[in-house]
Design a protein around this ligand. Structure first.
Ligand code: G3H
Ligand code: 13P
Ligand code: ZN
Length: 307
């Protein structure tokens, strides 16, 4: 069954657990995520970035999500992640294929972010869809800017932003960033800032850039790295420790976005499959290994988010 965020997140926030939101780009990642959800009977959010739509095509990804929803008993949300292009978001809303969208207006001036978020929330609600908004900037792998607290979500603005825009969930910037390189020194989220936001904001909060990039994932990727000649490739990569994810959940975070951990595990499994059989040329063999690796990661995330 496909549902929207409001069917899952308010209860999650109230009961202090979080629902995993996993980025899918192809059949293998979708099947890996859904298999994990089914095995643990847990709802999940399937999300596609604008890049995923460019890569795979909106209708193809929607067909995958809708087929999964027909075949499984666990509730699934089909969500547009980081929608920035207003025309594209409107197309997604009008298509009726999604149950939820995110408008990422974080790089706009506050007033303009509010104005566009409000307009898109109205359109989404008219179709029974939910809208996630973002206040404060969550840095991405493409950004050259270093950590800058001015970009973090201002607790003084948050409640007004939510009331004005009527968004259903709010993505906050509290020190995470997208990609595998999240922290220069010790990983540390601004939990005091999150607490202050949670005190006044009632809608569920969303943690982006939440991948763990743990040692196990990096070891798996670098198995026999001398063969690939990239033993240093991800040196300095650092993610969010599990303990800080748990802490964030206790202060209102009810949706947790994971992409990088899926990419790392998928790639590690594909590499390993090639290393184990150099004569292999059946894509089902190495893509199947990637899909199983995604399933394992998602199972671990679901357990972590449940507490
Ligand atoms: O938030 C960003 C996600 O990791 C999606 O990344 O735009 O490369 O698909 P992408
Ligand atoms: P990661 O890069 O930490 O997996 O974050 C993904 C994300 O926030 C997608 O919106
Ligand atoms: Zn994100």
């Amino acid at each position: 069954m496909l549902v929207n965020l409001n069917k899952l997140l308010p209860r999650a926030r109230e009961k202090r657990y979080a629902v995993g939101a996993f980025n899918i780009n192809n059949l293998e990642t979708l099947r890996g995520v859904v298999a994990a959800a089914e095995a643990l009977r847990a709802p999940v959010i399937l999300q596609t970035s604008e890049g995923a739509l460019e890569y795979a095509g909106l209708e193809y990804l929607a067909a995958l999500a809708h087929t999964a929803a027909k075949k499984t008993r666990v509730p699934l949300v089909f969500h547009l992640d980081h929608g920035k292009d207003v025309a594209l978001i409107k197309r997604v809303i009008r298509s009726g294929l999604y149950t939820s969208v995110m408008f990422d207006g974080s790089r706009l001036a506050l007033k303009e972010n509010m104005r566009r978020t409000r307009e898109l929330a109205r359109l989404a609600h008219a179709r029974g869809m939910t809208l996630e908004a973002e206040l404060g900037v969550i840095k991405g792998v493409e950004d050259k800017v270093s950590a800058n607290k001015d970009l973090f979500t201002d607790p003084a603005q948050a409640a007004g932003f939510v009331a004005e825009t009527r968004c259903d969930a709010l993505a906050v910037s509290i020190g995470t960033s997208h990609g595998a390189y999240k922290f220069f020194g010790t990983p540390k989220l601004e939990i005091a800032r999150l607490k202050a936001i949670a005190r006044t904001v009632r809608v569920p909060l969303v943690l982006h850039g939440a991948s763990g990039v743990d040692a196990h994932a990096l070891d798996a990727l670098h198995e026999k790295c001398e063969v690939w000649g990239d033993c240093e490739r991800l040196s300095g990569a650092r993610g969010v420790p599990d303990s800080q994810i748990r802490e964030a959940i206790t202060y209102g975070v009810a949706k947790i976005n994971i992409d990088s951990d899926l990419r790392l595990s998928f790639t590690a499994a594909v590499r390993s499959a090639f290393l184990n059989d150099k004569k292999m040329f059946d894509p089902r063999m190495y893509l199947g290994a990637g899909r199983s690796a995604v399933e394992e990661v998602v199972k671990n995330k679901i357990k972590l988010f449940k507490g």
